[in-house]
Design a protein around this ligand. Structure first.
Ligand SMILES: [Ca+2]
Ligand SMILES: [Ca+2]
Length: 143
């Protein structure tokens, strides 16, 4: 590795920017307990009530976990196993409205903020009502 300081002036900055732009950023990831290509959510932990999404879903009120329980306002754990660079973005309202959080490729979260009341729009656990995908991850502001 050469030191950036050894390259005179703006050429160093230009070289650094070029290197960053060329560096591969797409990170397909295997999130825990979620099949490749899918974005998964659970009712409790990784053990109870699982649902897997391959694409976005605008309204969880007609989705059920494998236990039969309605998914809307009931997700506490999520895992992202995208086969590409898609970040999963989970919204507290249907049609991608309200507050949101995002999960990077290969990442997961099981400790979302929770005020203890599902579906009241406060906190993020037991609030998700829709989910979409955003390419170009990972992002440093996502789980
Ligand atoms: Ca909600
Ligand atoms: Ca709540």
């Amino acid at each position: 590795m050469h030191k950036i300081g050894s390259i005179p002036g703006s050429a160093a900055v230009t070289a650094l920017v070029a290197a960053l732009l060329l560096a591969p950023t797409a990170q397909a990831g295997a999130g825990p307990n979620c099949a490749t290509g899918y974005h998964c959510g659970w009712d409790i932990g990784f053990d109870t009530g699982k649902i897997s999404f391959f694409n976005e879903d605008a309204d969880f009120r007609d989705n059920r976990f494998n236990t039969g329980v309605i998914v809307d306002n009931n997700i506490k754990t999520v895992s992202n196993s995208t086969s590409s660079d898609y970040v999963s973005v989970w919204f507290t309202g249907p049609d991608f409205t309200g507050n949101w959080f995002c999960v990077n490729p290969g990442s997961w979260v099981g400790s979302l903020p929770d005020d203890g009341t599902p579906g009241n729009g406060v906190g993020l656990a037991n609030e998700a009502s829709s989910m979409t995908l955003f390419a170009g991850g990972p992002f440093n502001f996502c789980y």
